[in-house]
Write a protein that binds this ligand. Sequence first.
Ligand SMILES: N[C@@H](CCC(=O)N[C@@H](CS)C(=O)NCC(=O)O)C(=O)O
Length: 242
Amino acid sequence: MTAPELYDLAPSPWSLRARWALHHHEIKHLKHDYQPFIGELAFRWKLWDWTGKVTTPALITSSGSVRDGLAIARWAESHSTLSAASPLFPEGSLSDILRFDQQCLKRLKRSFFPEKAVDLLGERILGLLGTVILTLFARKYRSISTATSKQEAENWLVECKGRLKPGTYVLGAFTFADIAAAITIEYLHTTNAIGKQALGDEWARLPADVSHLVDDNLVAYCSWIYEKHFPASCPRIKKLGK
Ligand SMILES: N[C@@H](CCC(=O)N[C@@H](CS)C(=O)NCC(=O)O)C(=O)O
């Protein structure tokens, strides 16, 4: 089998989900560092998709392309090179993992480019060109950064706080649910830190702000999971000093 090729956007939590699953199953692959806008034409050529929306991560395999982080993780599970790798999707827990993952994906999307934050960040930090690029990139995320989704994010974080701490797993053993949880919580934490740094008190008034719910315990759970299961991933959490 020729090595699969991963199109990866380094800072993106969606790409990290795929990288982590490939790492877990020790799948050798070629990694392409995708550059939004600049690399799009070559990426479309590789996917042979000239009309639809193309997103990273995507894995090009000898039998076709796999175009979603979750799908790549499931592909990795069925192509594992390890005889004794612990399953990321154990059969009895599959529906629980998929349900939990949907929750995580919703949280990721709403935290990514929250309402008003794009305008404020673009205007203050990146200037006109930055605002245009961020606005184009953020269009698909805006509608879900509402007060209702803030409430849902809060409920989800409260649930996580009740069950996760260092040494625990979402479903009792390490699965894709922990990959999804750790990446999502870390991302919420990071977005909050960046938002606060850039916008000060204004950040706290935006629906994106859930900093009061990402407590030290949850951050410690993320650090523990990364350290134990993907130590080479250099999570942003470390750079933020937690
Ligand atoms: N369904 C995909 C979504 C991934 C996604 O939204 N990727 C972003 C990277 S941050 C992207 O490629 N955005 C480019 C665009 O939407 O044009 C997954 O879960 O992996």
